[in-house]
Design a protein around this ligand. Structure first.
Ligand code: AMP
Length: 398
């Protein structure tokens, strides 16, 4: 699928039209019920502001948490409406339902440039089931559909895909940014193209590895999943996390990398701990022989240097997954070292969502990266080369 050929909000006349915009307002809340991190709302502002400036009648929708298909005030989007009202400098009219009287009457009375937010789409079970009747009801609120929720674009739900069967469908600025940066990196990467994959499990990333191995020049493997590869090569890995049922797959992957002429880098040293605990006793160990009873919890300094060396001349870097248990200070050095190397490389740098994005942000390297994806699962599926239903459903440019 050519992601780069999708219509965007700029390719359609929205003036005076009712526009249903699917956003990702799935933000975390603190114990007092305040929005703990408004990043996702802020990411949606560009599209909303554009639509307001174009005199559209803007109807926003999103999911929040997992309310199990029924109204639950704990998962109400009302705090998001309050936040948005301040951010936009105009009232965002909060509906008390999704496709009921409140949502419909506000939508019908919107004037040009006004904004409504309907309630959490997951107050209806039909949302995640992609029920066509529910999608049709949602679509009936508007004349145009804009999807700007990259974080849920890998799900075919009523508000992410279903509505596109009833309305002209285009992408918002956020989705467009995600697909153009990641799509270009995959389709026409500036070389050398280096992929860095980490995190806990091989099984979570094998699809990404298989897809990227056909495209990259260098594949760097760190984090917990490196130990399955090390064991597959005959090394002793102590009590390090390992998927024994994936050893053959790991061997096949290494052979495949060789066949494709891809430089395949695994850790040569590690910081190992006695127990899976933040303050466990630790020591530096060689990858060839992790002593009995010890588990690799981070890459070691020689590995960090070797990885940094491979990253420094890269034209494009794609990174998904930390190099160790980076949420624990004693095992964060490898991830910090790699983040620093990516930041200093001058490469087009793309950080997959989830843990690696959180690590890069926490470590203060966010503004040094070309792109930090807003979708963990969605960016992984994108890098796997899978079709994302929330993007596939958008109209193609003529
Ligand atoms: P993922 O969601 O697949 O990117 O995995 C991220 C998780 O992998 C983080 O919670 C890390 O704590 C964990 N992780 C990274 N390296 C290791 C390791 N060496 N041993 C155990 N867990 C790890």
């Amino acid at each position: 699928m050519n992601y780069l050929n999708k219509k965007t909000v700029e390719d359609i006349d929205v003036s005076g039209k009712k526009v249903l915009v699917r956003c990702d307002f799935n933000v975390p809340f603190d114990a007092d019920g305040n929005i703990a991190d408004p990043k996702r709302i802020n990411e949606a502002l560009k599209t909303i502001k554009y639509l307001v400036e174009q005199n559209a009648k803007v109807i926003l929708c999103s999911h929040l948490g997992r309310p199990k298909g029924e109204f639950n005030p704990k998962f109400s989007l009302a705090p998001v409406a309050a936040y948005l009202s301040k951010a936009l400098g105009q009232e965002v009219k909060m509906a008390t339902d999704v496709i009921g009287e409140s949502a419909k009457s506000i939508a019908a009375s919107l004037k040009n440039g006004e904004v409504e937010l309907i309630e959490n789409v997951r107050f209806h079970n039909e949302e995640t089931k992609n029920n066509p009747e529910f999608a049709k009801e949602l679509a009936s609120l508007a004349e145009i559909y804009v999807n700007d929720a990259f974080g849920t674009a890998h799900r075919a739900h009523a508000s992410t895909e279903g509505v596109s069967h009833y309305l002209p469908a285009v992408g918002g600025y956020l989705i467009n940014k995600e697909i153009s940066v990641m799509g270009k990196a995959l389709q026409e990467p500036k070389r050398p193209f280096v992929a860095i994959l980490g995190g806990a499990k091989v099984s979570d990333k094998i699809g990404v590895i298989d897809n990227l191995i056909k495209k990259v020049d260098t594949l760097i493997i760190g984090g917990g999943m490196a130990y399955t590869f090390l064991k597959a090569q005959g090394y002793e890995i102590g009590t390090s996390i390992c998927e024994d049922e994936k050893l053959d797959l790991a061997r096949a992957t290494i052979a495949n990398a060789e066949k494709n002429g891809v430089k395949f880098l695994l850790p040569v040293d590690n910081i190992a701990g006695l127990e899976y605990k933040p303050d466990t006793q630790c020591q530096m160990v060689d990858s060839h022989h992790i002593p009995d009873g010890w588990m690799g919890l981070d890459i070691g300094p020689r590995t960090t240097e070797m990885f940094a060396d491979a990253i420094k001349d890269a034209g494009t870097v794609v990174w998904n997954g930390p190099m160790g248990v980076s949420e624990w200070e004693n095992f964060a050095a490898g991830t910090i070292g790699v983040a620093k190397a990516v930041a200093e490389s001058g490469a087009i740098s793309i950080i997959g969502g989830g843990d690696s994005a959180a690590a890069v942000e926490k470590l203060g390297f966010a503004d040094k990266m070309t792109h930090i994806s807003t979708g963990g699962g969605a960016s992984l599926e994108f890098l796997e080369g899978l079709e994302l239903p929330g993007i596939a459903c958008l109209s193609e440019k003529e």
